[in-house]
Design a protein around this ligand. Sequence first.
Ligand SMILES: [Zn+2]
Length: 405
Amino acid sequence: MSFDTVWTNGRLWTGRVGKMGIPDQIVDRGCVACTAGKISFVGRSEVLPTPIDAKRIIDVEGRLVTPGLIDCHTHVVYAGHRADEWRMRLEGCPYQQIARSGGGIASTVRKVRQASEEELFIQSARRLEALKADGVTTVEIKSGYGLDAENEAKMLRVARRLGQQCDVSVSTTFLGAHAVPPECSDKDAYIDDVITRQLPRIHGEGLIDSVDAFVEGIGFSVDQVRRVFDAAKRLGIPVKVHAEQMSLLGGAQMAASEFHALSADHLEYLDDEGVSALARAGTVAVLLPGAFYFLKETQKPPVDDLRRAGVPLAVATDCNPGSSPMSSLLLAMNMACTLFGLTPDEALLGVTIHAARALRLDHEIGSLEIGKRCDLAIWDVETPAELAYHLGVRPLFRRVWRGNG
Ligand SMILES: [Zn+2]
């Protein structure tokens, strides 16, 4: 066997899930080999014939090697920030007043519409670099701050370009049904626009990997989102949903049972029927502890029930300017453990194989297995639990994307 690169002498956390959903044992003195950007060997070093035939051999000196991390829910592409609004809230200014002075999501929509594609790219790339410094090799990026065909397309073009120029894989999600734009007061009329103008045009540009929508009082109703998902289904695009974040409206249940949604995200108010629907459909529950923390929520997602029902749990940053201005997936893992009670192993599965499944990419990424893309994170830690444990430490030693790094 001849390889491009072999990383030897690592402690491998493979992310392969064995019986009972427990990750396989760590492989000590393990090595990973790469050929043409894909994993061509993974296992104990002594299994490989010596001398190793490779263009490049890297001794990682006992460091932990995991699959590259996957952030499966972000709004990384946006312009500006909302720190002033946050300051005003903390100084006691009523939300209505902030909204009247042009705050809230409307302010981000305005800034995104005003920004050129280049400005949007530069601002978003900074956040992406922060995610990469946490070992992230794949990022999902949503639109949802353009709220018209032209600006939603602009956001997703920027997302695609980030994927082409930043040594990271990007999965794009069209979130036209995120909020009603400031110039429109009729939600049904706006949903018509999403379905008849935005979705077909942006899909036609090849910019959409999946379709998302926000089911909530301040977002859209189950019926309105069902119309969006019907349109996505007609185009053969998979769906995911923001649901049960602030109230129980049944969006997760609808998305799972009627559309086999890839994921249902947030889920603080999910009920038993919703849990069963996710389990039956194989829908991933994506936990977003950054938004829970930043909004000072108290209702937690039903993690015990989801776990008992066998629903795969993913963890993501939800990086966005309004409710989760966070560009650290390791911090999201820590919060998932401290705030929601995940175990460190569950948190790591939540940013690897389960996150891959939430993007329908689990056949390509998310675990160290032969044939998958050679996306690795090599860490200056002894045990996997340390990844979610340290706060403010950047334990990444080296990031490998498609065999490079
Ligand atoms: Zn979100």
